[in-house]
Design a binder for this molecule. Structure first.
Ligand code: ATP
Length: 238
């Protein structure tokens, strides 16, 4: 598994031999220090994984099928526990705070959201209803909710056109946009994005990655992106 910063090369150090990330310019928004992950108390999947994501940057985690990318992301979002997985060694910090013992909803409230592999949109809800579920953790007024929706539609104009369609009847690309848009509704400072290119046509992948870059530049949302499509990861975002 490889880890790479994809925004214009500034200063990023990762996978330091001692497991400590060294930042000379940007303080890290996320630091994983030497973690070990075990499923079902016996299946060792990750050992000695360390990386850091500088604030306001996009970092890609690249690797083949089964390399452990999704497991790394789920370790951060703590969704791992739902699959009988445990972080048995090491530590994970978000904004300087240890988060290994927090729940996924506490993490969303702190500004860390995950877009899971396979989108997981609610197929029987409309695109707009799916987006609204993303704001569930926020206590905001109706008018603020409306402006948050408009903010998402600004980045994903296709979603505005499809807002009354049932998500289950939309294309894979639209569902991926919906999943990212739903995460945006929680106003995250960082998004964990798992295999956004999976099963999508190259033009759609390009469009989605363009939007990710735009979000990163305009709103300084940091991204940790898991991809096996190294061509996209290496060139698509630079
Ligand atoms: P993919 O691109 O296929 O999603 P990945 O790099 O994201 O691959 P993971 O899904 O993290 O890899 O899987 C890493 C390893 O952990 C694989 O060998 C997989 O079989 C194993 N694994 C994943 N989930 C579980 C689970 N719930 N229980 C046991 N083993 C698991």
């Amino acid at each position: 598994m490889q880890c790479r910063a994809l925004t214009p090369a500034r200063v990023l150090r990762f996978l330091q031999p001692n497991g400590m990330a060294t930042m000379t310019q940007n303080p890290s928004i996320l630091t994983i220090n030497n973690i070990e992950v075990i499923y079902d108390h016996v299946i060792l999947v990750l050992k000695g994984v360390s990386l850091s994501v500088p604030r306001g940057k996009i970092v890609a985690l690249m690797g083949a099928n089964g390399a452990g990318k999704s497991t790394t992301l789920k370790s951060i979002s703590t969704l791992l526990r739902g699959e009988r997985g445990d972080v048995t060694k090491g530590s994970i910090e978000f904004n300087g705070e240890r988060i290994d013992q927090l729940t996924p909803n506490e993490l969303v409230r702190r500004g860390l959201s995950q877009v899971m592999e396979g989108r997981h949109c609610f197929g029987h809800l409309t695109i707009e209803e799916n987006l609204l579920t993303g704001a569930y953790t926020r206590k905001i007024s109706r008018s603020e909710l409306k402006s948050e929706l408009e903010r998402v539609y600004h980045y994903f104009p296709r979603l505005k056109l499809r807002r009354t369609s049932m998500a289950g009847y939309t294309s894979g690309g639209e569902q991926q946009m919906c999943a990212i848009g739903r995460a945006l509704m929680a106003k995250p400072s960082m998004i964990l994005l798992d295999e956004p290119s999976m099963g999508l046509a190259p033009q759609i992948v390009e469009e989605i990655f363009g939007i990710v870059q735009d979000l990163n530049k305009t709103e300084q949302v940091s991204f940790l992106l898991a991809e096996q499509n190294t061509t996209i990861s290496r060139s698509g975002l630079e």
